[in-house]
Design a protein around this ligand. Structure first.
Ligand SMILES: *[C@@H]1O[C@H](CO)[C@@H](O)[C@H](O)[C@H]1NC(C)=O
Length: 420
C-alpha cells in the first residue's frame, strides 16, 4: 500500500475483518485541500481547572489538547456521546505522555462512539493529504486483510511503480524487506518511503513465491478508467479525488457513443467536492446536488452554476451501477443524478447502496498526525437523509462480474430508455 487509496486504506485498518474489503470513505470537506501545516493553537480554551497553563504543557499534552479542541469545535453531536466532555479532557490531560499519546488520542476519539471520527497517526495523515491533493509517493498498491494474517493486493494503481514491475491485483504479500507481513496496515507502513528509495517485496501467486525490487516514486493516482463497450461509454470511478472530474472529462471526450454508463461498484467515496464536481458535468444549471447540515443545523445547499458538458439527457443517456460498497461521495453523486431525473441506478448484489450520510473533515494536530471528525450530515436533492439506508436502485442484478455493461438490468431496458 502507501499512497492514494490510503483514503481507502486508512480506514481498512479500523474495520472488522468481515468488512475489510471496502470502506465507506470519508466525504472530506474542502478544508482538506488546504491543510494548514502551521497549525497554531487558539488561546480560546474554556478556563482550565488544571493548574498548568497551555505554555507549560508537555508536547504530548499540547497535541492532546489540540485534538480535544478540534473535536470540541466541530463534532456534530454536541452532547459528545452524552459525556462530560470537559471532564474527559482533564482526565486524559493528566496522564497522557509521549509513550501513550496515540492510545490516548484513540481513546478520546472512540469515546464519541462515531466510527468515522478517528485519530490519524502522522504516516496516515500525510498519505491521506497527499492522495487527496492528487500526487502520492510510494509503490502504488491498495491492500486489505481479507482473512487473518493474509495481506492481499486489492488494487494496483495504473502507471505506478508496482504496476511497472508486474504486481497484480489479488496477489498475496508475504514479506517486505524480509519482514513477514500479516496485517495490511503494518505492511503499508513498510511500503511507504521517500521517492527514489528501494523496497523488496515477496508475493505469492498460485502458491508460487516471487521477489520484486521496487523503486518508490511520485505519481498521480488514477481514479477513473474509461472504455467503450457495445457502443456504450463505460467509466469506472474507483473513488472521488480533486482530479476525478478532469479524468472523467478526458475519458468521455475520447469516446464516440452518446450512451454513458458509470460503474461505482466498490467506490467508497473520497472527497466530497470531487463527487459534487463530477455530478455537475451531467446536470443542468440550478439543479441541487446536495445539502450539508452542520452541527448548528445550518444548511448549505450546493447547486450547479451552469449546464454541465454532458447534461443533455437525449444526447447522453446515463446509467449508474452501484452496490453495497458504493458509499459517501459516490452516494452524493448517485443521489444527485437519480433524484434530478438525470439517470437511473441499478444495484448489484443488494437493493441499496451503502448508506453513509455524514461528512468528515481532517485537521492537522500540533506535533503531527491529524484528527478525522464528523462535522455534518448531508441531505440528497429531495431532502432525504440516506445514512444507514443507502439509495434504492431502480434496477437490480444479483451478480454480473467485472464487465460493467452486463450489470445493466437488461440491455433491452437500456434501449427502451434511449428510444423514449
Ligand atoms: C499513559 O501513561 C500514564 C503514566 O504511566 C498512565 O497513568 C495512563 O493511564 C496512560 N494512558 C493510557 C491511555 O494508556
Amino acid at each position: 500500500m502507501t499512497q492514494t487509496p490510503t483514503l481507502l486504506f486508512v480506514a481498512l485498518s479500523v474495520l472488522p475483518l468481515a468488512s475489510s474489503l471496502f470502506f465507506p470513505e470519508l466525504l472530506l470537506s474542502t478544508s482538506l485541500l488546504n491543510p494548514n501545516p502551521t497549525f497554531t493553537p487558539q488561546p480560546s480554551l474554556p478556563s482550565l481547572t488544571l493548574s498548568s497553563s497551555y505554555a507549560t504543557f508537555t508536547p504530548a499534552q499540547t497535541t492532546f489538547a489540540s485534538a480535544w479542541r478540534i473535536l470540541d469545535n466541530t463534532f456534530t453531536d454536541r452532547t459528545f456521546n452524552g459525556q462530560d466532555w470537559f471532564a474527559t479532557r482533564q482526565k486524559y490531560l493528566k496522564t497522557v505522555n509521549d509513550d501513550n499519546l496515540s492510545q490516548t488520542l484513540t481513546l478520546l476519539t472512540s469515546s464519541l462512539n462515531d466510527k468515522y471520527t478517528t485519530y490519524l497517526p502522522p504516516s496516515k495523515y500525510n498519505s491521506l493529504i497527499s492522495s487527496a491533493t492528487g500526487s502520492v509517493t510510494g509503490i502504488g498498491v491498495t491492500l486489505s486483510t481479507p482473512e487473518p494474517e493474509i495481506v492481499k493486493i486489492l488494487q494496483v494503481q495504473p502507471g505506478s511503480p508496482a504496476e511497472n514491475v508486474g504486481l497484480k491485483k489479488s496477489m498475496i504479500l508475504k514479506r517486505v524487506d524480509g519482514y513477514e507481513v500479516k496485517d495490511a496496515d503494518v505492511c503499508g507502513g513498510y511500503l511507504r518511503g521517500e521517492k527514489g528509495t528501494k523496497v523488496g517485496v515477496t508475493v505469492s501467486e498460485d502458491g508460487r513465491e516471487r521477489d520484486f525490487i521496487i523503486v518508490r516514486d511520485t505519481f498521480k493516482p488514477v481514479t477513473v478508467t474509461a472504455e467503450s463497450s457495445n457502443g456504450i461509454r463505460v467509466l469506472k470511478i474507483k473513488s472521488f479525488a480533486g482530479t476525478t472530474k478532469d479524468e472523467v472529462l478526458k475519458g468521455l471526450n475520447n469516446m464516440e457513443s452518446g450512451k454513458i454508463l458509470i460503474d461505482l461498484r466498490g467506490n467508497p467515496g473520497g472527497l466530497l467536492p470531487g463527487g459534487i464536481d463530477v455530478a455537475g458535468l451531467f446536470l443542468k444549471e440550478g439543479d441541487v446536488i446536495v445539502s450539508q447540515v452542520d452541527k448548528t443545523n445550518i444548511k448549505r445547499t450546493e447547486k450547479t452554476l451552469f449546464d454541465g458538458e454532458y447534461s443533455d439527457p437525449r444526447k447522453y443517456p446515463l446509467e449508474i451501477i452501484g452496490d453495497g460498497n458504493t458509499a459517501s461521495a459516490a452516494e452524493v453523486f448517485t443521489a444527485a443524478i437519480v433524484e434530478n431525473g438525470r439517470g437511473r441506478l441499478t444495484t448489484v448484489g443488494g437493493k441499496h447502496t451503502f448508506g453513509k450520510g455524514v461528512v468528515q473533515t481532517v485537521r492537522p494536530l500540533e506535533g503531527g498526525g491529524g484528527i478525522k471528525v464528523t462535522v455534518a450530515k448531508y441531505l440528497t436533492p429531495e431532502g432525504n437523509d440516506i445514512n444507514k439506508e443507502g439509495i434504492l436502485g431502480e434496477g437490480f442484478k444479483e451478480e454480473c462480474g467485472e464487465e460493467s455493461v452486463l450489470c445493466l438490468e437488461t440491455v433491452k431496458a437500456w434501449k427502451m430508455k434511449v428510444e423514449e
